[in-house]
Design a protein around this ligand. Sequence first.
Ligand code: OXD
Ligand code: MN
Length: 623
Amino acid sequence: MEIIDETNLAKLKALKNETVQKVVNEFISLCKPSKVTVITDSQEDINYVRNRAIELGEEIKLKLNGHTVHYDGFFTMSNHDQARDKKNTQVLVPKNELDLYPWINTMEREKGLKEILEIMEGCMKDHECVIRFFCLGPINSKFSILALQMTDSFYVAHSEDILYRAGYEEFKKLDGSDEFFYFIHSSGELTGDPPVTKNLDKRRIYIDLKEGRVLSVNNQYAGNSLGLKKLALRLGIYKANNEDWLAEHYFIMGVHPKGKKRSSFFCGAFPSACGKTSTAMLPGQTIVGDDIAYLRVWEDGFAHSVNIEKGIFGIIKDVNAKDDPVIFDALTTPRETIFSNVLVKDGTCYWIGDGRITPDDGMNFSANWYKGKKDKNRKEIPHAHPNARYTIGIEELDNADPNLHNPDGVSIHGILYGGRDSDTMPPIVESIHWEHGVFLGASIESETTSATLGAEGVRMQQPMANLDFMVVSLGKYLKNHQEFGKRLKYPPKVFATNYFLKNKIGKYLNGILDKLCWVIWAEGRVYDDFKAIKTPIGYIPEYLDLKALFKQYLNKDYKKEDYIQQFSIRPIKLLEKLDRVETMYKKEKWVPEFFWNVLNNQRNLLLKLKSKFNYEEISPFLL
Ligand code: OXD
Ligand code: MN
């Protein structure tokens, strides 16, 4: 039997693109699938992908119409494929660049290619390979980049249908050009039922900047396998920083303050599992995107931004009717949704923090699960993985913003940066000017979470929450931000947020929905609705404004003691943070001058404040 039949061949040929043909031929001969299927934008082809995911057992149907569950590989609590694999994700660079990027996992290109191409030899044996075409960004938009995906995982192909815009017809318009990214993925040899990747030790994700492609093998977790998600983000960052735009780990949301006739758009970057999606989904607001955005300087003097995705691959932990009503409702009603790594009992999904009674047994990422089950290392297996996910289209949500597919994007008024920081930064700080804002983003620190493999709770630097995906030197990246701002007539106001501040006995100082008040305050600052207090690290809100916002938006009585605890300036902690930031950036070449100026200025102001009061925490009422 021919591995690619006439019909599929014709679909490929219709693109009249030699590069597509070349890539497909090269990887078919390398990966040796038993069958190749080309998927166009037609509903028939898309249904084929959905059905095959179920036939092959990569997804299992659940009780509600459109719901399926997928499981990623699990052997023990520390050996699994349930999160991004930072260690085996390498950026391939020429030999002479190997020592230039202290914060990026780099590997010599030739060596890396040799290794991964060897691992990929025959990796699709006995598997069907699908070829898919997508558009990263709205159709007919200056922002958008086309992408080709080859994969032997129908879960990957199906997820991409939900998350990305169809692009087969767009490829035809390329007119033979090779201006597209491409992604080759294989789950590799499978084991068990449901089938999961067997050889996790040979999991590799290699980013080939030179060719604008990513090769990924022996994995299924979407953060490792889906080309268009975090793999394309890296290629986007490379392109943006060698041109004049930004590719960021940003959500985009519409902010709609009560009683005002205006709406504004905000972007925000937070490391995984630090409240990013839940900020974009705040009640009363609208969502354009929750994860990845491209930004360009627009003719109207504003930064415009598009969501390059059209769906959400969100963390399901702690999504419940009380804290995330919109998403909880969407996930518990019939519509196309893929759940991953959750507990299933009688066709219904359960996850950590869902606010429901957890069954004592069922099926989860460790196959048959029962309460108290332990892995081979005697570690207890929770009923759902802390990084369990849902995949859903944004248009399925009641709060989808009508600008989701706007080819001009939306004009951005504010940018929020945040991290998981238990003891240093207040809940919200506004930057003094654009460059100070770039510094605020560049100095984000965050404690690690379950979204990446490795220990949780370790404090790490997280510049713009984008370090995991960085493929250019931080110096170049910051310079690009600086220049971007200079070309804007109306640069967005930049804010640093921290939802995770704790008191001395480790109790969170804020409720989950308090962030609504920080966001509304930030939006109001764009229009000078509120005054603010100047501190060495930037502007913070005044108590009475927050008190009114808490009453108006959350019907909560915001106490003065709470405000003082949350917004006190901690000079010792902040100076320690500056030392850490300095140590990090000193390892980098080419850090722009403005960065050191902001840092030194902040340090001087904090030292002055410290010697004036000599307290560990200085109340905002003293400033
Ligand atoms: C994500 C991540 O899945 O950043 O969005 O890990
Ligand atoms: Mn993300």
